[in-house]
Design a binder for this molecule. Structure first.
Ligand code: SAM
Ligand code: SF4
Length: 327
C-alpha cells in the first residue's frame, strides 16, 4: 500500500516513533542529568486502548514500522502487550524498541514471543567508568549482557552512542573491535542541543565529520543507501562483521531523507524533533470509529512540516530533553 503520509517536499512517512512513557531510571548527562521528575500538571500517558487506535490509525495511512521508545519504555508494565499489539496491527511489518538496556535481559523472552523484530540499545561508552559517568548508573556489564543475549536470540541489534568530545570520542577503536565478530551496527549520534543542555552542548559537541574522517582513513567505506533509508550513514569494513554508523543531524542534507513522525506518550504528534509544535491527537484515539477524523487531522498537520530543522540557524525548538519525545 502506498503511504498517504507525504509532505510538501516529496518525503513519505512510513515509520512512526512512539514514546510509551516519559519516565526514566537513568540520568544521561545530555538528557535527564537530574533524573526524571514527574510533572503533576501533565495528563496520564496513553492507555492500551488509545495505543491500539493509534497503531491501527497510522497503519491505515501507510505506516509499516513502529518503534516504541521513551523515556525508558521497559519501565512501562504493559510494554510486552504494547509490542504484541503493534505487531498484530494489520499493515505493520516491523516493530522495534529503543531502550537503555536496563531490563532487556529480563524481558527478552517475552519481547521475542510478542514478535519484537529489532532493538536499539544505548551504550555511550564501552568503558565502565565512562558509562557510569554519562548515565549515572554503574551497569555497563548488565546492559552488555542484554545486548549479547538479544544477538544470540536472533534479534536485529543496534547500539547507539551519543558522541561527546573529551568523554567518549576516543572509544572508536573499542566499538570497532566490538563489531568485528558481531553482526551489530553501532551508530554514533552527534550530540544535539536541546532547551535543557546548552552548557553541555557547548562543552562536548563534536561534529560527526571527525569520526567520518577517521573511519575512512581506517578503511571503512560507506554502504550504498537504499531508497527508504533514514538519515543514518552506515560504514562497512572488510574485516568486520558488523557496521559503524553516523547520525549527523547538523549535516546540511540530514532532513532530505526524513522518513519518520513522532508521537509523545500523551498522543501528541511531533512533526520534527526540533520543531516547536506538538499537536494532540488524543481526542481521536478514544474509539476506532474516529479514524477518519484522525486521518484528516494528521494529513492537515503534515502540511505544516518544514523542509529542514534549521538547527544551523540556531533553532532547536521547544524540547527541553528528548526523554519527553523519545529521541
Ligand atoms: N531510554 C531509551 C534510550 O536511551 O535508548 C530511549 C529514549 S532516548 C531519549 C532515545 C535516544 O535519544 C537514545 O539513543 C539517546 O542516547 C538519544 N538522545 C537523548 N538525548 C540526546 C541528545 N541531546 N543528543 C543526541 N541524542 C540524544
Ligand atoms: Fe533515559 Fe534514554 Fe534519556 Fe538516557 S537517553 S536519560 S536512558 S531517556
Amino acid at each position: 500500500m502506498a503511504s498517504s503520509l507525504q509532505d510538501g517536499f516529496g518525503r513519505s512517512f512510513r515509520y512512526l516513533r512512539v514514546s510509551v512513557i516519559d519516565a526514566c531510571n537513568f540520568r544521561c548527562v545530555y538528557c535527564l542529568p537530574q533524573g526524571y521528575c514527574k510533572d503533576p500538571t501533565q495528563d496520564r500517558p496513553l492507555d492500551q486502548n488509545e495505543f491500539q487506535n493509534l497503531f491501527a490509525g497510522f497503519a491505515a495511512l501507510g505506516v509499516v514500522k513502529i518503534r516504541l521508545t521513551g523515556g525508558e519504555p521497559t519501565l512501562r508494565r504493559d510494554l510486552v502487550e504494547l509490542v504484541a499489539m503493534a505487531k498484530q496491527t494489520p499493515g505493520i511489518q516491523e516493530v522495534a524498541l529503543s531502550t537503555n538496556g536496563y531490563r532487556l535481559s529480563a524481558l527478552l523472552p517475552e519481547l521475542l514471543a510478542a514478535g519484537l523484530d529489532a532493538v536499539n540499545v544505548s551504550i555511550d561508552s564501552l568503558r565502565p567508568d565512562i558509562f557510569k559517568e554519562t548515565t549515572g548508573q554503574d551497569l555497563l556489564e548488565r546492559v552488555r549482557g542484554g545486548v549479547e543475549e538479544a544477538i544470540a536470540a536472533g534479534l536485529r541489534v543496534k547500539v547507539n552512542a551519543v558522541l561527546m568530545r573529551g568523554v567518549n570520542d576516543s572509544d572508536l577503536p573499542l566499538f570497532a573491535a566490538f563489531v568485528r565478530d558481531r553482526a551489530v551496527s553501532v551508530r554514533f549520534i552527534e550530540l544535539m542541543r536541546t532547551g535543557g543542555n546548552l552548557e553541555l552542548f557547548e562543552k562536548h559537541h563534536i561534529s560527526a565529520q571527525v569520526i567520518q574522517k577517521t573511519l575512512e582513513a581506517d578503511g571503512w567505506y560507506q554502504r550504498a543507501r537504499g531508497p527508504t533509508d533514514g538519515p543514518a550513514r552506515e560504514y562497512k569494513h572488510a574485516d568486520h562483521q558488523g557496521s559503524l554508523g553516523l547520525i549527523a543531524p547538523y549535516a546540511k542534507d540530514f532532513c532530505d531523507s526524513c522518513n519518520r513522525l513522532r508521537i509523545s506518550c500523551r498522543g501528541e504528534l511531533k512533526l520534527c524533533l526540533f520543531g516547536d509544535g506538538q499537536h494532540s491527537l488524543r481526542a481521536f484515539l478514544q474509539r476506532p470509529d474516529q479514524r477518519d477524523e484522525l486521518h484528516l487531522a494528521v494529513q492537515s498537520l503534515l502540511g505544516h512540516k518544514k523542509v529542514s530543522h534549521f538547527l544551523q540557524e540556531g533553532q532547536y525548538g521547544n524540547t527541553q530533553q528528548f526523554a519527553s519525545i523519545g529521541g
